[in-house]
Design a protein around this ligand. Structure first.
Ligand code: BGC
Length: 363
């Protein structure tokens, strides 16, 4: 299925061989800047194009890429695009003009960067999808992300666990939220969660009182917390004037907090709400006993892995082998898939033991 990642096994080797074969760059336009034909200069410009800075993970990525690319000897050119596709396209074009040898892209819309990236590929630029899949184009060399289906499964299971722990025996009244529909992660998060939740909806353990169970109905345009809060306000006023809401599937922490605010404004008891990103405010909320859970996908691991791949491209060597790949609609893209971890109050100290920023919140 499109967008789904799967284990590669032997095909990983083929994928690596393919990468190696492509090592000299698609375009041999002579843009090597005096470096080895297969690699590029050690102090080359590396572009990083982020979709926006509206959630903590992207702001962290901006700082970490700037810092760590510099430490690795490269010249970072890190920009964020305020969730506007034309702005992101222009930023990528400008990175190519500045001579970037690799462009790392967290796409706003997985399908809308084809022409900008194909123009970059023509110049021999390597393209790495960061945290999100780049879709419907050949112009992507690899993707680094946390398993997005897996993330959704963790969220779905955590909602069930939270309901059992906090709300006694079922059936439970719940509502479902998804992320921004342009982001290829968002349907994966939702579908992953639904593999766990749908059987419990079917057997009557979970009741989606609004009846809004499709991704289209549940999605939050642009991952906008304000839009999620408005939808939650309407769901509560339209369906819960005489009912308690027990739980809500939330795709990330910002939306989780918007849902909790809406429920409090409506005079509801704190529902069980899931999340993603381990944002500072949500870790604090979990520790206080409000938000039930989050999923930790540390930016530091994602950035380190990306830089490892950039270094492999720099020497003209093979990128490290991947265990998964994704069909992006045009090709099978090697995916470096990291493991997300669900966090509740019970395991927070353990999960964050090597993360001083988050550990210090647990007091
Ligand atoms: C990222 C999440 C983030 C969301 C909104 C997703 O693609 O994986 O970490 O919360 O975008 O920015």
């Amino acid at each position: 299925m499109k967008r789904r990642t799967f284990s590669l096994g032997a095909a990983a080797i083929a994928g690596t061989a393919l990468l190696a074969a492509c090592g000299g760059g698609r375009g041999d336009s002579g843009s090597g800047g005096g470096s080895d034909e297969k690699g590029f200069a050690k102090d080359a410009v590396i572009g990083v194009s982020l979709p926006w800075l509206g959630t903590q993970n992207w702001a962290e990525a901006q700082d970490m890429f700037t810092d760590q690319l510099k430490k690795a000897g490269f010249e970072p050119l890190v920009q964020a695009a305020d969730n506007k596709v034309p702005q992101q396209q222009q930023q990528i074009e400008a990175m190519v003009q500045r001579g970037a040898k690799v462009i790392v892209v967290g796409p706003i819309d997985g399908t809308q960067l084809g022409s900008a990236l194909e123009a970059a590929a023509q110049e021999g630029v390597k393209i790495i999808g960061y945290d999100r899949l780049i879709e419907n184009t050949e112009a992507v060399d690899s993707v680094v992300q946390f398993g997005s289906i897996k993330t959704g499964e963790l969220q779905g299971q955590s909602l069930l666990d939270g309901l059992a722990a906090r709300k006694g025996a079922g059936p439970y009244n719940i509502e479902l939220f998804g992320g921004g529909p342009a982001d290829p992660n968002a349907p994966n998060f939702f579908n992953g969660a639904m593999t766990v939740l749908q059987p419990k909806i079917d057997d009557g353990t979970l009741v989606v009182v609004s009846g809004e169970t499709s991704f289209q109905q549940a999605a939050t345009p642009d991952w906008d917390n304000g839009k999620a809060q408005s939808r939650m306000d309407s769901l509560l006023s339209g369906n819960y004037s005489d009912k308690k809401i027990d739980g809500v599937l939330s795709p990330n922490d910002g939306i989780a907090r918007a849902i909790l605010t809406s429920a409090a404004n409506a005079g509801q008891d704190v529902p069980v709400v899931t999340g993603l990103d381990a944002e500072t405010e949500s870790v604090t909320s979990i520790w206080k006993g409000d938000q039930w859970s989050t999923v930790y996908k540390p930016t530091t691991a994602l950035v380190s892995k990306t830089i490892e791949i950039i270094q492999a491209y720099q020497t003209g060597g093979d990128a490290p082998a991947t265990e998964a790949k994704a069909d992006n609609g045009s090709k099978e893209v090697p995916v470096y898939e990291l493991e997300p971890v669900v966090v509740t109050k019970d395991n927070a100290k353990e999960v964050f033991k090597d993360d001083p920023e988050r550990s210090k919140l647990l007091v």
